[in-house]
Design a protein around this ligand. Structure first.
Ligand SMILES: N=CN[C@@H](CCC(=O)O)C(=O)O
Ligand SMILES: [Zn+2]
Length: 417
């Protein structure tokens, strides 16, 4: 039996208390904010939340038996959830960063054998131990930036052996690292060069061999596809996502990132839990997502890094679409682990409010990867995943941008930062 933990006197405690489903519209601004807030934690679980005065009445007589942490002058929030990452990969691509600044486009580099293909070569060549150690460092960095749960995608193998190797690394890290990892299979991240001109054969390989193998070993929860001009067509994407559904994998889709391609519409039609990127999503696609309740997972750091206009986050929220945000941590289009920066960018480049950015990075992000029952808010019965920030309010957190304000992180009630 662990000693209880009592965090008290937070200047602001943002609970983001869960409603009924992902937040939309005005609900995206409801923070469940408590001034002079307090949380009582037992065995890694949240037992009670309220003002310090309220919890004092309830637990004051047991104060001596608890570890007490005073958060005077600080903001406390739920641990952040990053719902879209590619954090398990070999090598790095800093030369491509220079090439893009010299004028090459992201897709030109990929079509010339670089980009995702370059990382796939380095990931195929890496040993499992090597991949584990590199990914572990990235998870440490996520944690230092207040992230306590991440989704992680395969997709840098695009052969069964390497896809399984990536997913296996995530499984091991999930068992050993404090950050919780939710795995996604993404064999359809690109068409590997050895299948050039035989794309349909590769689609069949994904459907007939890879998806059944991944699902039978229970190595993934979601199935994702890069639906993009020159990568997978909407029709191929649909078949891959429907095949995943038959094996219990919920669809996600990289949609309308570089060109408008009907990805948002497809997400609604196949019942995807979320659609990612959406820089070029059409008005009709946004409408269909709202009707189907598909979460828009927006990646403003990627847009910035590719020097593209960000997704229409403000319009999507106003249209009633639930919005989540993510780093998209990957070696090409967004090599960052900073969710605080992503929240800043959500405000600056997508005109989301500071409150909406926090909801998008907590409870809506949790819904986007199916962990809403244990993460994404500070509520009785949930895991005690909390962050204390070196600022006094949630507005200040988004206002003082590009700075890591994390002061302490608790994962399941254990201090990990
Ligand atoms: N756009 C496709 N996939 C990743 C980038 C992968 C890479 O460049 O290595 C993304 O979500 O941004
Ligand atoms: Zn991605």
């Amino acid at each position: 039996m662990r000693r209880p933990l009592w965090i008290k006197h937070a200047a602001q405690l943002v609970t983001v208390a869960d409603g009924n489903g992902p937040r939309t519209g005005a609900g995206m601004s409801e923070l469940g904010l408590i001034e002079d807030g307090s949380v009582w934690i037992e065995n890694g679980e949240i037992k009670a939340v309220g003002t310090t005065a309220e919890l004092n009445t309830q637990f004051g007589e047991w104060e001596e038996d608890a570890d007490v942490f005073e958060a005077y002058g600080k903001l406390v929030t739920p641990g952040l959830v990053d719902p879209h990452t590619h954090f398990v990969y070999g090598g790095s691509r800093e030369r491509e960063f220079e090439m893009r600044l010299e004028g090459a486009s992201y897709m030109d580099i990929m079509n010339a054998g670089g980009g995702i293909h370059a990382t796939a070569r380095m990931t195929r060549d890496a040993t499992e131990k090597d991949l584990y150690l590199q990914a572990e460092r990235r998870l440490d960095s996520f944690l230092r930036h207040g992230v306590t749960t991440v989704e992680g995608k395969s997709g840098y193998g695009m052969d069964l052996e390497t896809e399984l190797k990536q997913l296996d690394v995530m499984k091991q890290l999930n068992e050993r690292h404090p950050v919780d990892i939710v795995p996604t299979f993404m064999g359809a991240h690109a068409v590997p060069p050895e299948y050039k001109g035989r794309e349909e054969e590769f689609v069949s390989l994904i459907i007939d061999e890879m998806i059944p193998a991944v699902a039978s070993e229970k190595l993934a929860v979601f199935n994702d596809v890069f639906c993009e001009v020159g990568v997978y067509t909407p029709e191929q994407s649909r078949r891959i996502l429907e095949a995943g559904k038959r094996h219990g994998l919920t669809p996600k889709i990289h949609a309308d990132e570089i060109e408008p391609y009907g990805g948002a519409e497809l997400a609604a039609e196949v019942g995807a839990i979320s659609a990612e990127h959406l820089l070029k999503a059409s008005d009709g696609g946004i409408r269909k997502m709202e009707e189907a309740g598909v979460i828009a997972c927006l990646l403003p750091a990627t847009a910035l890094y590719l020097r593209e206009k960000a997704a229409r986050g403000r319009e999507m929220i106003d249209a009633g679409v639930p919005v989540a945000i993510s780093t998209d941590c990957n070696p090409g289009s967004s090599p960052t682990t900073s969710m605080p920066l992503v929240m800043n960018l959500a405000c600056i480049s997508m005109r989301m409010t500071p409150a909406e950015a926090l909801v998008a990075a907590t409870i809506n992000a949790a819904y986007a990867i199916g962990v809403q029952d244990k993460a994404g808010s500070i509520e009785q019965g949930k895991q005690a995943d909390l962050v204390m920030w070196n600022v006094k309010s949630y507005q200040e957190l988004q206002y003082l941008f590009g700075i890591n304000h994390v002061s302490a992180v608790w994962k399941k009630g254990e201090r990990v930062v």
